[in-house]
Design a protein around this ligand. Structure first.
Ligand SMILES: [Cu+2]
Length: 194
């Protein structure tokens, strides 16, 4: 008898929905005039009456709704990477009477990646030279324990800091751990706490 095995693979798209931030273009002002958003978010300017537009203030505007118009409009602009920092914008008709605003785009910190396991380069009576591959620049901490059966992971109970290394380049990093009096087990982790 044939047996058929059907594999059903469910692909669940993990789409992160960007936030839309609303700014009203009305009177002689943008409301709110100054907003802070996350990179990837969209700002939506909604205009009623009056002769206005939305234009970032540089020779080559990063965003611009078009020429000033009396018609209502909804103008969306997505502040995707690599856009970051503060963008000043204005209504090109009324900037001189204070119809200006800012959008500050914050960039989320990169994810904290795990380094590879430690490899022993050499060991002596009271010291050991270990290395690992660092997936990103950052602060790495080597934790040690004499208890090979510890159920916790560093920096949990039972672990103590054996060495700390600020890694300035992606790739191989190493450290010599000295002053060892008995057998120790070491684990390296990246410390991404700000
Ligand atoms: Cu205006």
């Amino acid at each position: 008898m044939n047996k058929f095995l059907t594999l059903v693979v469910l692909c669940v798209a993990s789409t992160a929905f960007a936030t839309i931030h609303n700014v009203t273009v009305s009177g002689l002002s943008f409301t709110p005039a100054n907003i802070t958003i996350q990179q990837g978010d969209t700002v939506r300017w909604t205009k009623g009456g009056g002769l206005h537009n939305v234009a970032e203030v540089t020779a080559t505007p990063v965003f611009r709704s078009g020429n000033p118009t009396s018609s209502p409009f909804v103008y969306d602009f997505a502040f995707n990477a690599p856009l970051a920092g503060t963008y000043n914008y204005e209504c090109e008709v009324h900037f001189s009477v204070g119809m200006v605003g800012t959008v500050t785009v914050e960039v989320p910190p990169p994810p904290c990646l795990d380094p590879t396991d430690l490899v022993i380069k050499w060991e002596a009576a009271d010291q050991v030279h270990v290395y690992w591959q660092a997936p990103q620049m950052g602060h790495y901490v080597v934790y040690g324990t004499a208890d090979a059966t510890l159920a916790t992971t560093p920096p949990g109970p039972g672990w103590s800091v054996a060495a700390e290394v600020d890694v300035a380049a992606i790739g191989q990093a190493d450290v010599v751990i000295t002053g060892l009096s008995d057998q120790q087990f070491f684990v390296v982790v990246q410390d991404c706490t700000p």
